[in-house]
Ligand binder design. Structure first.
Ligand SMILES: Cc1cc2nc3c(=O)[nH]c(=O)nc-3n(C[C@H](O)[C@H](O)[C@H](O)COP(=O)(O)OP(=O)(O)OC[C@H]3O[C@@H](n4cnc5c(N)ncnc54)[C@H](O)[C@@H]3O)c2cc1C
Length: 378
């Protein structure tokens, strides 16, 4: 039996990032079911960094992650991880405008708070919007596209440099308490690995892994979300002022969003369909809804879908991550429930989660305490 201080289950961004952080002080093995890492949610996101996104604890994680992306680039020889792209919240009716006003009021004075702009200014910044369609709008400073693949690879590179190990094609099929530690069964041959602690970063499957370990679940629900890449018949409509890239547009109350991708458009109906954890595929109806909603506010003539995919965003009921252990099950740590923010929060959340697991000091740039994400709050 091989032994490690920590076995991390799940090779998406959550597992890769916390494994990297923990490898600074521990021997770490990362195990992944698939034959390649990051095949599920991590490879299927819209990969957007949005200051001011989500509830207050998430906004704090997003804010703390911003400068950390730049530090990771230097630390892990990564290419630029963030590419600035303007982002507009846009309301197209009175209810949306009221909701947008309330969002701005809630965040007033916070760094990253969106700034209200005229509908005409929104149309100028995003000429793809149909003239007269915008009712209210706000622009987010500091938004960016994230190179999610490069970020994930950087964490894995850092893990390996710190002496950590990675095993793919190794589904965890059993987790048993053994003395004060754990025996983890992983891989087609059911190899047993000894570990002082287990980190459950299995994304949508985190509850399934917990149940296998005899640990109570955290009540995670995976929700399907769809993205389609569509052809734009007249790409000149995608030209923003001064040759800038078209801003990303998120409708308030988030019934769709879109952003330019080359000479096409990425569109999503911002769907949230609860499903069992699985290798999820897009539903044609969701793709059609996305096209219809974006077409209504742009008039771009969107008809032809180049490709479409779906991924899972997994939430517990309060929609905050779950970082911590049940007191009755010490040494089995959850790092799950990142929902729709797992990429943009990864740098700060991984540092926070590693401090929770090791009992070390919490990162000074994350103004949250250990209770904020503990499973005991659920
Ligand atoms: C359409 C869409 C758009 C999104 N847009 C954004 C965005 O703009 N910005 C943002 O920050 N986030 C976004 N997200 C959310 C983000 O993608 C997720 O929060 C993040 O990828 C979750 O990472 P993860 O590592 O927890 O999950 P995953 O990437 O799914 O990784 C979990 C891994 O665990 C493995 N696993 C499961 N069971 C076992 C087992 N028994 N043994 C071993 N391995 C196992 C799986 O095979 C999988 O590889 C979006 C998500 C979707 C679907």
């Amino acid at each position: 039996m091989t032994n490690f201080d920590t076995v991390v289950v799940g090779g998406g961004i959550a597992g890769a990032s916390i494994a990297y952080e923990l490898a600074a002080t521990r021997s770490v093995l990362l195990v992944e079911t698939e034959t390649a890492l990051a095949r599920h949610s991590t490879a299927r996101s819209a990969a957007t960094y949005v200051p001011g996104h989500g509830s207050a604890p998430l906004r704090a994680l997003v804010a703390a992650s911003g400068p950390r992306f730049a530090r990771l680039e230097a630390e892990l020889d990564a290419p630029p991880l963030l590419t600035p792209r303007a982002l507009l919240h846009v309301a197209f009716d009175a209810d949306g405008a009221a909701e947008l006003a309330a969002d701005l009021a809630e965040q007033a004075g916070e760094p990253g708070c969106p700034v209200a702009i005229d509908p005409a200014e929104a149309q100028r910044l995003c000429p793809a919007l149909r003239p007269g369609a915008v009712r209210a709008a706000a622009v987010v400073e500091g938004a960016a596209d994230i190179d999610a693949e490069a970020l994930h690879q950087a964490f894995i590179r850092g893990l390996l440099r710190r002496g950590g190990k990675v095993r793919t094609g190794a589904p965890v099929t059993g987790v048993r308490r053994s003395g004060s530690g754990w025996e983890v069964q992983a891989g087609p041959d059911g190899n047993v690995i000894g570990a002082a602690e287990v980190v459950d970063a299995a994304g949508a499957w985190a509850d399934a892994v917990a149940v296998r370990a005899g640990v109570p679940h955290i009540g995670l629900t995976p929700y399907r979300r769809t993205i389609a890449l569509v052809r734009v018949p007249d790409p000149a409509r995608l030209r923003a002022p001064d040759g800038a890239r078209l801003p990303m547009v998120i409708e308030t109350p988030e019934r769709f969003y879109f952003k330019q991708e080359g000479d096409g458009l990425l569109v999503s109906p911002a769907d949230e369909t609860p499903v069992e954890p699985h290798d999820v595929r897009p539903d044609e109806l969701d793709v059609a809804i996305a096209l219809e909603r974006v077409e209504e506010v742009t008039g771009l003539g969107l008809r032809s879908v180049r490709t479409a995919w779906a991924g899972l965003r997994s939430f517990v009921p309060d929609r905050l991550p779950v970082i911590g252990a049940w007191p009755e099950h010490p040494g089995f740590w959850f790092c799950a429930g990142q929902g729709g923010s797992g990429i943009e929060t990864a740098p700060a959340l991984a540092a926070f989660a590693a401090a929770v697991v090791t009992g070390g000091p919490l990162p000074a740039d994350v103004p949250l305490d250990r209770a904020a994400f503990s499973p005991t709050r659920l």
